[in-house]
Design a protein around this ligand. Structure first.
Ligand SMILES: C[S@@+](CC[C@H](N)C(=O)[O-])C[C@H]1O[C@@H](n2cnc3c(N)ncnc32)[C@H](O)[C@@H]1O
Length: 161
């Protein structure tokens, strides 16, 4: 009997046209990346063997999140609550559980610079002993290959009972 591997999907909300670097970073970790922005994409998403498959959903992330398939990774960066930012607190206690509810039951990863966190969630997730919240244990990966170059943390998010 052939083993069926779970397809790994990453979701990048409020992505604008930030396609190339996230695809390069996520290559090898996921099979597909779903970008989402309230504005339609004005640039083509790069394709090629060096990138995972990608798609773009134009819409409000607060509605789109309900329609997502199972996801393995959340990628999120450079958003804000100020001018030009979404004002959606993706890493905050109201919105994060909506994303976590779409997560693979075996857990996954969050790749983020900590944008639009609330209540110190991000700061606690990257502490050595991490954070337990919303039924998940968040902790920083041992290796952080994108911290110096892109200010991005890799955080594991594993359900606990
Ligand atoms: C500060 S930009 C960040 C873009 C991208 N993350 C980057 O690094 O270049 C914020 C983006 O959020 C989008 N946005 C605003 N409200 C949104 C919403 N409710 N749902 C999805 N995207 C939204 C904006 O159109 C904009 O592209």
């Amino acid at each position: 009997m052939a083993l069926q591997m779970r397809r790994r999907v990453a979701f990048y909300p409020c992505s604008g046209t930030d396609f190339e670097t996230p695809l390069a970073i996520l290559n090898g970790s996921v099979d597909e990346v779903i970008f989402c922005d309230i504005k339609g994409a004005t640039r083509k998403i790069p394709t090629g063997d060096q990138y995972p498959k990608a798609s773009f959903i134009a819409g409000d992330v607060r509605e789109i999140v309900e329609t997502l398939p199972e996801i393995y990774a959340l990628f999120y960066r450079r958003d804000s609550n100020g001018e030009g930012g979404s004002g959606v607190f993706v890493l905050g206690d109201s919105f994060l559980p909506l994303i976590l509810s779409r997560f693979n039951p075996a857990g996954g990863i969050i790749v983020t610079d900590g944008s639009n966190s609330r209540g110190g969630n991000f700061k606690k997730m990257i502490r050595r002993n991490g954070l337990q919240k919303h039924g998940f244990k968040f902790s920083p990966h041992l290796d952080q290959p994108y911290l110096d170059s892109h200010s991005l943390w890799i955080i594991s998010a594993v359900p606990y009972s």
